[in-house]
Structure formats: C-alpha cells, structure tokens
Design a protein around this ligand. Structure first.
Ligand code: ATP
Ligand code: AMP
Ligand code: MG
Length: 195
C-alpha cells in the first residue's frame, strides 16, 4: 500500500518556565550536528506578531487580553501554522493559559482540528525547579506564584493534555526536564519524535 508523506506536527507544551523553548533550541542544535533540520514555531510568537499590529508591546501581555481577543489570535495562529508543510514541525505552546477568568485551554477542539497534531510532548519538572527557573529568568515577565500553585498548574496541564490526546487520537509523551540535564532530556524528545 502507498502512503503519502504528511508533515509530522509535534506539539510541545508545559507551564511557564518549565523549559520548553530552551529544550527546543537544544534539539535544533543536536540535530544540526547530525545534518538534519526541523521547522520550529512558537505559537505565542505568531499570536504576538498579530497583536503587535494592534499596539500590544510585550508577549507577556497576551494572556491579559480579553478572552475573546485571545481566542481570535489563537485561531489565526493555528491557521498560519496549518499552512507550513515541512516534514517535521515542532510547535512550542501551552496546554492552558492562566487568565483572571480561569485556565483557558491552549489547544481547544477547534485548534486541534486545524492543526491535526501527530504527537504531544508534555514537559514537566520538579515544582521547586520550575519555581526557581521562574524567579531567576529576568528575560520574561512570568507570574510569580507559590510552589503549591505550581503543583496545581502541573495537575491542570496533565488533565488538559489527556483531553487533547483523546480528542485528536494522537499519543501523549510526558517528559521530565530535570535541572542540569538539558541534553539528556532533549535526546529523549528527539527519540520520541523519531528524528
Ligand atoms: P514560557 O512558557 O514562559 O516561554 P519555557 O517553558 O519556554 O517558558 P524557558 O524559557 O525555556 O521556559 O526556560 C526557563 C528558564 O529555565 C530559563 O532560564 C532556562 O535557562 C532554564 N532551564 C530550562 N531547562 C533547564 C534545565 N534542564 N536545567 C536548568 N535550567 C533550565
Ligand atoms: P510563550 O513565549 O510560549 O510563553 O508564549 C507567549 C504567550 O503566548 C503566552 O503567555 C500566551 O499568552 C500565548 N500563547 C501561547 N500559546 C498559546 C495557545 N496555544 N493558546 C493561547 N495563547 C497562547
Ligand atoms: Mg518559552
């Protein structure tokens, strides 16, 4: 039987400061040494590029916009992403966004239907490590919350990702991003993707 080659769309999620972007950069570095490449796209960057046209100044202000506005930007980002036809696309995003209204899904059903993900990688880390990463990283304006709140966020991430996996029928791979083990963690993801 003949199978047409389709893009592999790998969705990488994790709560703020868990290390998604750092890990993805490491993956790109490792596979470049193997003379391979992938398309890496940050969902929030696409949303921010559109929101900037309407005066938004900082990517960390996106989650404070009215939910209706965030939803519009989310849909535009998903549509732009669906136009990419590289062999492997890694999408850096979130299982949910913490908003004043509550936990807003990062991958609601209409977004999953547009993107048609192949695999979900759910990044976690020890709560204390995430707490310290958020406190130390001066490049971003992350919400500073207690360790107990970070634990709750990890529970919500797990619940949201179970729903995504069931709705889309695609596998879910949880990966622990241990402090100081960036390379080992990146290799685990490379193997899960089959790069
Ligand atoms: P956001 O969702 O807010 O974009 P993120 O998940 O992309 O967050 P990063 O910006 O990649 O998080 O990482 C947050 C901080 O944690 C950075 O300062 C990064 O250097 C550090 N970090 C990430 N992974 C590790 C690791 N395995 N060991 C030590 N430090 C790490
Ligand atoms: P990041 O750099 O990954 O934290 O992305 C910046 C911001 O983009 C996040 O804080 C969110 O406000 C927004 N964002 C990223 N992914 C999504 C998504 N799937 N749905 C809604 N908003 C998102
Ligand atoms: Mg990031």
């Amino acid at each position: 039987m003949l199978y047409l080659a389709e893009s592999k769309k790998i969705i990488v999620v994790g709560i703020p400061g868990v290390g998604k972007t750092t890990l993805i950069n490491k993956i790109v570095e490792i596979i470049k040494d193997r003379n391979k490449s992938v398309n890496v796209t940050n969902f929030g960057t696409i949303m921010f590029e559109v929101a900037k046209e309407n005066g938004l100044k900082n990517r960390d202000e996106l989650r404070k916009l009215p939910i209706s506005e965030q939803k519009k930007l989310q849909k535009i980002a998903a549509e732009k992403l669906s136009e990419i036809d590289d062999d492997v696309i890694i999408i850096d995003t979130h299982a949910f966004i913490k908003t004043p209204e509550g936990f807003n899904p990062g991958l609601p059903y209409y977004v999953l239907q547009i993107i048609e993900p192949t695999l979900f990688i759910s990044i976690t880390a020890k709560t204390e490590e995430i707490y310290n990463r958020r406190m130390k990283d001066g490049t971003r304006n992350r919400d500073k919350v207690s360790i107990a709140t970070i634990k709750k966020e990890l529970d919500i991430q797990s619940a949201m990702m179970s729903a995504c996996s069931v709705l889309s029928g695609s596998p879910l791979k949880p990966v622990l991003n241990t402090e100081g083990k960036l390379e080992e963690t990146a290799i685990q993801i490379i193997e899960a993707i089959g790069l």
